[in-house]
Design a binder for this molecule. Structure first.
Ligand code: C2E
Ligand code: MG
Ligand code: MG
Ligand code: MG
Length: 276
């Protein structure tokens, strides 16, 4: 009886594996054509100053509309990395983000923050892709920020360190995304001269338990190592106030705004002073 059950479990398991695999393959094939078919677009989420809620930057977030379905980036970025599609997609994202930012018509020239996968960063062409994106949009380096996901530090830090220097040489700021959930250590932040850290929203969520102590510790280190801190996933006024008390510099989350479609950005900024 036991054996039989074990075997059937394995049967179900491999069947599920097959299904998963063919789902991934189908996704990969559609993703290959996504750029060409213009199914990719960027949306932009405001990042605000914790002092006065003024917008200081926008984060570009990738959207993929496949037929009637919106496939979230967490579902396809991994596949894009696995099948080598991330380079083309990443270059498209960088180009489009810089182009959009260069067309914003605010008084202040706000920066755009672009997510970059470790695999992109390690690519030998990465810096020339950056240079192309800047020159074809005429955006200055100061207006581009790069957000690196923490798993970066599982990779070869000497290449990463070199790339970060090359970015900073162009006045591009570099932040660590989803801080606290991955591999990076505080010494790595110092060694790499990271400009900013984005505290993962799971800590903001847990502020009534241990999240508070963790964010407080990060703030202490931030002031001695001299990096700025952004809190992600701020959904309530209480969270915003608490984070401000803790000295977190910048806030981002649904409490301020969901990611905006390109055509809504200018009008959002015009009505912005009233909404706080
Ligand atoms: P991320 O860079 O940490 O982006 C923040 C994610 O949290 C976004 O999800 C955003 O829509 C969501 N978010 C913002 N505010 C709130 C909030 O108050 N509450 C909650 N629950 N969620 C909030 P999204 O757009 O689905 O992106 C997921 C992840 O996919 C990103 O996490 C990033 O790691 C990756 N990603 C997105 N666009 C790109 C891209 O162009 N390139 C690369 N390599 N990765 C990307
Ligand atoms: Mg990000
Ligand atoms: Mg994040
Ligand atoms: Mg994330």
């Amino acid at each position: 009886y036991q054996k039989k059950q074990a075997r059937s479990t394995v049967g179900v398991f491999t069947e599920q594996m097959d299904q998963l695999y063919s789902y991934e393959l189908r996704l990969k094939n559609s993703l290959t054509k996504a750029i060409e078919k213009q199914q990719l677009r960027l949306v932009f989420q405001p990042i605000v100053s914790s002092n006065d809620s003024q917008i200081v930057a926008f984060e570009a977030l990738l959207r993929w509309q496949l037929d009637d379905e919106n496939i979230p980036p967490d579902e396809f970025i991994g596949i894009a990395e696995q099948y080598g599609l991330i380079h083309e997609i990443g270059a498209w994202v960088l180009n489009d983000a810089c182009l959009q930012a260069s067309q914003w018509s605010f008084e202040q020239a706000l920066p755009v923050c672009v997510n970059v996968s470790v695999i992109q960063l390690q690519d030998e062409h990465f810096i020339s892709i950056i240079d192309d994106a800047l020159s074809s949009s005429s955006l200055s380096g100061e207006r581009l920020h790069i957000e690196i996901t923490e798993s970066v530090f599982a990779a070869d830090t000497s290449i990463i360190s070199e790339r970060i220097k090359q970015l900073q040489h162009r006045k591009i700021k570099v932040s660590i995304d989803d801080f606290g959930t991955g591999y990076s250590s505080l010494s790595v932040i110092q060694d790499l001269a990271i400009n900013m850290v984005k505290i993962d929203r799971s800590f903001v969520n847990k502020m009534n338990t241990n999240g508070h102590a963790i964010i407080s510790a990060v703030m202490h280190i931030a002031s001695s190592l001299d990096f700025l801190v952004i809190a992600e996933g701020v959904e309530t006024e209480e969270q915003a106030q608490e984070l401000q008390k803790l000295g977190v510099h910048y806030l981002q989350g649904y409490h301020y705004s969901k990611p905006l479609e390109i055509e809504d950005i200018d009008s959002y900024l015009i009505q912005e002073p009233e909404s706080y």
